[in-house]
Ligand binder design. Structure first.
Ligand SMILES: Cc1ncc(COP(=O)(O)O)c(C=O)c1O
Length: 416
């Protein structure tokens, strides 16, 4: 899924644990698009995984107040008591889960939480089942931690959701974790209670397996979709599940770097050991901001959701009107994950055959100056991801360009 680390420089020898890991394809495309922009090309970047809203004022004010009050020192290792209390209250209020204060942890983003959890639990050869398409970091973190990711492709017909039979078939005696993400980056697909139940039934039959759920996009769901998280559905899972969340996406706080999770005390303690030797506590000022986010008003989330929904409908509608593309309507997050199967084998005006989804996204970047990410970067082809967390004007212009670029392709020169 990733581009390997550059080992060309004389004298530099990377550790074996990063041999298959590197800078993500998303970042690589972003860098190329940014370079093109600097050269004067009017590139539209639909690759970023962050809302284009600003962090709300009451959250910024809380951070400023924390600075003025001298909250500028180390805090408790895996989150101040106030942040942990805010996380407990959130889990209770929004998910109906009772986590005690020593059952929650906070780190520098959900990414660090995932890293801490895998680092604290995975031994060489341990397996983590990850349905694809998935956020690129999952399998890389598992590999860095010495584990083996078992990627299970979930196609569009199944709503990009893992099915019970697939889970059952992927389980081995070495399976340590199953990692689920709802709503998903990159597909936007979400699991309802009915979607989760068969998976929970499988997990109950395999008590050696732990469940990690990434609920990062919980607050970005559409059309009345009812968000649920597995531990709320099946309390027996609580003793072997980590429920991960964060403030990055819901509160437009990607730069503040605060994520948190609830899980069994022993796991939370082990995760703190990892964090203690990596970053110590998350930034004290960001913790104050996250407390304001979690404890403060939540009504504005609905307005932001409505704005994302307008953009989702715009993007899905326009993509489905382009011959060769097919886009499932996502339940949540701010991504579309469209099939470009109907584009494969077509030929660009420069005479290049589009053989893969990466060829298609290269073509869109080079000829239409629109940066999107190929499905191969997320473990499922032939698809491409659009992040619609940008202005409607930019989206309309980008879709006009994609439409023109697809229309400019010549028919297949290969037999169908
Ligand atoms: C599914 C998912 N989980 C976690 C994260 C990381 O979030 P954070 O900013 O809290 O590290 C991302 C970021 O793109 C994501 O898409």
């Amino acid at each position: 899924m990733m581009i390997s680390v550059d080992i060309g420089e004389a004298g530099f020898r990377p550790a074996a644990r990063i041999a298959s890991v590197g800078v993500s394809k998303i970042l690589q495309i972003g860098a190329k698009a940014a370079a093109m922009k600097r050269e004067g090309f009017p590139v539209i970047i639909l690759g970023a995984g962050e809302p284009n809203f600003d962090t709300p004022d009451h959250i910024k004010q809380a951070a400023k107040a924390a600075i003025d009050a001298g909250e500028t020192k180390y805090t408790a290792l895996d989150g101040s008591p106030a942040l942990k209390q805010a996380a407990c209250a959130k889990f209770k209020r929004e998910n109906g889960i009772d986590y005690a204060i020593d059952e929650v942890t906070a780190g520098a983003g959900a990414k660090q939480i995932l890293f801490n959890a895998f680092m604290a639990t995975i031994d060489p050869g341990d397996e983590v089942i990850i349905p694809t398409p998935c956020w690129t970091s999952y399998s890389d973190i598992v590999e860095v931690c010495g584990g083996t990711s078992v990627l299970v492709p979930c196609d569009a017909a199944a709503g990009f959701r893992l099915q019970a039979e697939q889970l059952e078939n992927a389980i081995t005696p070495r399976t340590r974790w199953v990692l689920l993400n709802s709503p998903s980056n990159p597909s936007g697909a979400a699991y309802s209670a009915a979607d989760y139940q068969p998976l929970i039934d499988v997990l109950l039959r395999h008590p050696h397996i732990w469940l990690m759920v990434d609920d990062m996009y919980e607050h970005i769901v559409y059309d009345g979709f009812e968000f649920v998280t597995p531990v709320a559905l099946e309390p027996r899972l609580k003793e072997r599940a980590l429920t991960v969340n964060g403030v990055s996406k819901a509160y437009a706080m990607t730069g503040w770097r605060i994520g948190y999770a609830g899980g069994p005390k022993a796991l939370i303690k082990a995760m703190a050991v990892i964090q203690s030797q990596a970053t110590s506590c998350p930034c004290s000022i960001s913790q104050a901001a996250a407390i304001a986010a979690l404890n403060g008003p939540q009504e504005f989330l609905k307005d932001r959701q409505a704005s994302f929904k307008r953009r989702r409908d715009l993007v899905v509608g326009r993509l489905n009107a382009i011959p060769g593309l097919e886009c499932r309507t996502p339940e949540g997050a701010f991504y579309t994950f469209s099939s470009c199967a109907g584009i494969l084998n077509k030929v660009t005006p420069n005479g290049k055959t589009i053989a893969t989804d990466a060829d298609f996204t290269d073509y869109l970047l080079e000829d239409a100056q629109v940066a999107v990410v190929p499905g191969s970067a997320f473990g499922l082809s032939p698809f491409f991801r659009i992040s619609y967390a940008t202005s409607e004007e930019e989206l309309v212009e980008a879709l006009n360009r994609i439409e023109r670029a697809c229309a400019a392709l010549k028919g297949s020169i290969l037999p169908p």
